[in-house]
Write a protein that binds this ligand. Structure first.
Ligand code: CAA
Length: 249
């Protein structure tokens, strides 16, 4: 019998927050395809480890900063698994530097990977969702897109830009069965955050978090799973904060 489960695609799906999202969506019975950077040598073992635990993830290499790479990857996904119902735009990088030290390359690489990617990926799957008459686009932004952060002019701009995109698409597709939302996590226990200098983390960041700890990727994945589900029918154009109280507005 053909697999009639919905297909969910997660960019930056191998490792970090993306990995938790993949697991949680699979638990919700989606067919999950983890997109990852071309040349990531860990993918084979990663897939095998999860397969042994009962998670049969698909995977596809993609450079999300390049439109053609996204189009090629999504054509392969569609051919193998069918039309895509859920897109989680999760891939992101940091190149933190105070503004005077930030190079044009720091700016361009972060904007292209974090923000251009959202256009590229959504553009290549939206027709699937329109054909199905059902879809969920979930953009993973950041608390620092909501409030700014010292040393993150590039990252904060890219993450704030995502939500403008979310709101516009939410308007355009509201009547087509497609919801578009942003999630803005705070500081999570992921490799991206553990790259922050330890003294900055201990002295500046943790004291700002009322809950007194980093968030867990699984806590954010839970919210993604809810937004991706049939239980979430009246939420669109939202920017949902999940940051341990670090930023309230
Ligand atoms: N607030 C105020 N002042 C700060 C500051 C802060 N958060 N961080 C540094 N400064 C000050 C220093 O005290 C120092 O002051 P003095 O010159 O008076 O001594 C000055 O800025 C140092 O400036 P530099 O340009 O020399 O900075 P640097 O090269 O030492 O490094 C930095 C600056 C790269 C921003 C470094 O502090 C850093 O990595 N900070 C963490 C940035 C951060 O939070 N990144 C988040 C990554 S995780 C993520 O992004 C996930 C997510 O979505 C949340």
């Amino acid at each position: 019998m053909a697999d009639t489960r919905r297909v969910a695609v997660v960019t930056g799906g191998v490792g970090g927050l993306g990995e938790a999202i993949c697991r949680r969506l699979a638990d919700e019975h989606f067919t999950v395809v983890a997109l990852h950077q071309p040349g990531n040598g860990k993918v084979k073992d990663w897939l095998a480890t999860y397969k042994a635990q009962g998670y049969d993830f698909g995977s596809e290499p993609v450079d999300v900063s390049q439109f053609d790479s996204c189009a090629t990857a999504m054509a392969a996904v569609r051919k193998r698994y069918g039309p895509v119902s859920v897109l989680v735009n999760n891939a992101g990088i940091t190149r933190d530097a105070s503004f005077r030290k930030m190079t044009l390359d720091d700016w361009n690489s972060v904007l292209r990977t974090n923000l251009d990617s959202v256009f590229h990926m959504t553009k290549t799957v939206i027709e699937d969702m329109l054909t199905l008459g059902w879809g969920r686009v979930i953009n993973i932004s950041s608390v620092n897109g909501q409030r700014g952060a010292f040393g993150q002019a590039n990252y904060a701009a890219s993450k704030a830009g995502m939500h403008g995109f979310t709101k516009s698409l939410a308007l355009e597709f509201a009547k087509k069965g497609i919801t578009v939302n942003t999630i803005s996590p705070g500081y999570l226990r992921t490799p991206m955050v553990t790259k922050v200098p330890p003294e900055v983390l201990a002295q500046r960041i943790l004291p700002e978090i009322p809950l007194g700890r980093l968030g867990e990727p699984d806590e954010v994945a839970e919210l993604v799973a809810f937004l991706a589900s049939e239980r979430s029918t009246f939420i669109t154009g939202a920017n949902l904060s999940i940051n341990g109280g670090q930023h309230m507005f």
